[in-house]
Design a protein around this ligand. Sequence first.
Ligand code: SF4
Length: 389
Amino acid sequence: MKYFSVPADFSKQTIDKYARLNEAYTGSKVVETYGNITVDNRWGSGRTVNLLPEVGLDKLAEYVSYSREKNIDFNYTMNASYMGNREFESQTIAAIKTFLGELHEAGVGWLTVTMPSLIELVRSVKYDFRLKASAICQVTNPDKALAYKRMGVDRIVVDESINRDFKTLERIRNCFGSGVEIIANVICYKNCIYRMFHYNQISGDSIDQANKTSCDFFVNRCVLQRYQNISNLLRINWIRPEDLHYYTGIGINYFKLQGRQAVMRGDPVKALEYYFKEDYDGDLMELLDMFDPMTRFRVRMDNKELTGFIDAFYRKENFCKNDCTGCSYCETFAKKCIDFKKAREVVDMAKEFYCGYDDYRQMLQDTEPAKPVEKLFQDYSMNVNFDFE
Ligand code: SF4
């Protein structure tokens, strides 16, 4: 059985569609949608506020109740990687406790969290929330997984960088138990140096308003890094619908579809159904983006040409050495599934656009050093007479 966690668009019609898929497919099931409020929100999450639907507590309560009628749970995302250390102040602790009460009142039973301090805080209240450790926790090995289990976490989303490291996944599964979840439609470059910093930026931009320069900085660097080499598209740890059985085969039955940024414009139901069917004949990048028509500079990647790509990772432990200078495996497959001539045209356009549109670089050029702060006591100290006789 495969259980899916999918981003909420907070629409009852979408819940109806998920319920219909749950009836139509016996081997797969949407168990929850996830998301957070954006109206009068005070607590960060893993997506910037400008990309999310407008939802307040009342609408959330209505949505959760409707979802439950359809046997679909809701998981509230409170998964910022940083809260400005506010969670260590009594006033903030009190406010978070009140908010947890409001969530409980709204019918929320599951929370996705990142920070161990917040986990302790949630465990200190009377409400019996079930907890999922976010992918932002960067669980990459059994020891980390076990540490979260000991803290009372029911499910963990493993770090996407290990999606093709089957032995490690199996070890995590063996020590943590059945609640191991994996992101299927990954869109981030595997060895991205920006990842942790991007999480922190998102935490800061996920509450009342998002800073355009900081948001654009990471989108810009992400695309430029990805397109340094067209084969990098294969160095994103996505999981094809056809390859889910490799994961269920090692006891991983929970799959997450990321895409809160795409639910309003894209088609999450369509994307999910391909994962239910375990079959997709089309552009893999389009599926990973949940068919969001606004995604710019997309390079087409023929999903069916990627048949067998995952086998080598599955069969041989440590197959990927994370040193692409001495390995051409991904490039060989890239040549099969990507039209390089067309891809170069897209890449050139992307580079031209993103190199010319870079607020941060422009700010660095335009901003002069601030005047040194005046040393207020300098003159005074020079005139003091330390004559104590
Ligand atoms: S080391 Fe080889 S298998 Fe690993 S990402 Fe690089 S090219 Fe792909």
